[in-house]
Design a protein around this ligand. Sequence first.
Ligand code: NAD
Length: 472
Amino acid sequence: MLNEQYNFFESVEQSFDKAAKFTKWDKGLLEQIKACNSIYSMKFPVKMDDGRIEVIEAYRVQHSQHKTPCKGGIRFSNAVNQDEVMALASLMTYKCAIVNVPFGGGKGGIKIDPRQHSAYELEKITRRYTAELVKKNFIGPGIDVPAPDYGTGEREMSWIVDTYTSLKPGEIDAAGCVTGKPISQGGVHGRKEATGLGVFFGIREVCNMPEIMQKLGMPIGIVDKKVVIQGLGNVGYHSAKFFREGGAIVVAIAEYEGAIYKTDGLNEEEVFQHRKKTGSILNFPGATNLAKSSDALEMDCDILIPAALENVIHADNAPNVKARIIGEAANGPLSPEADEIFIKRGILVVPDMYLNAGGVTVSYFEWLKNLSHVRYGRMEKRFQENMNKHILGQMENLAGKQVSKKEKDYILHGADEIDLVHSGLEETMIGATREIMDIWHANPSIPDMRTAAYVCAINKVAISYVELGIFP
Ligand code: NAD
């Protein structure tokens, strides 16, 4: 549960300072990288279904404009506050740098519990928030591009793009003002599952590194690894799906109302449908209910994936965690104290700011699609298929043999948008994992993978400031 004393932005700053010691950059430059450049805190009135006027508290933070536009999700949660949005915006700067997405970091938040509002009220809140951002020039394809986060999804992104385009008639690139849109509104195939798929690619790459697995005392590969997932929302659901499809066993899933355990594995879609039908994850056929939702974090498993909210693993429960690998799918799920405990216990923490970068990576692909006004694969798919057909025909003639229908279909297939997006994401996540590990291996005094990831991010942001000519 969230601890009232917890200061998320301060904990991001602590991690930054810890890593900055391993870089060569000037103190002033490091201060500039760390600072939040622009903070827009707003209040606006919305008339609710029962006629009551509610004053809504909301934020948009642009942490860094060293590259523009700024980029980061919008969160709907009662726990939203300025500190949280600042922390999440700064993580976005570092995340974009690590995965080579040319954006600065941003984040938005509206302090509401979406479950307590009708769809009509949510629409009014989202549209009014967008109008406030337009008024202050805090949104636009070249300025700041929001996306989904906790409590928001395609529906909210549709309302945002619709409001923006009606306030900016004739702006040709207007669809690029927000990502995570439905396909019909300019979205890209593969965005919905992107963060969960990126989490899977990142952890799979770590599990394929012999020296890391040897240190952890685990066999190489993802197959048969026992996985626990916290949160069955967008990120948790898709992480569970790709781990299961990759051969891992999802032994427990936790939601806020409780957690369930099944040794031979849970199917996320069946659990999701059960929850939709009964209103709770509990009493899933064949599974055991756990006494408390947070008990799932302490279950016997190989890989723990917190995919709900920040600060769920802290000094009190970190000593009881049994996983050897923790993959931070959520933003900030570990407190700095938990981090220190895991370093001492030799548990590998794969850090949020790169592991959950799949969402922003595919958002970048969506933004590029919006600016180019053409779907991925439209120009080359047919050409590629015709060429493959020609090459295969020639080879079959020369060999005097024919390949099977299944093989033929596979070889002839030209890339669709989804193929290109998934392959771009896989390349990005594998590349980022190796880059961070190389930094870690090159400097044995770096204590953990999070610090190595920060070093990677700081170096990249610093270089772009230096290249701007602002700092020596
Ligand atoms: P979501 O709203 O789709 O899902 C979150 C789920 O967590 C919900 O089902 C909620 O009921 C559950 N939950 C809340 N508190 C819980 C608790 N204490 N125990 C167990 N479950 C709990 O949100 P999401 O988009 O999946 O985001 C989850 C996390 O991932 C957030 O930290 C977010 O910042 C991060 N993230 C999301 C994206 C993205 O593309 N959506 C990208 C990067 C990072």
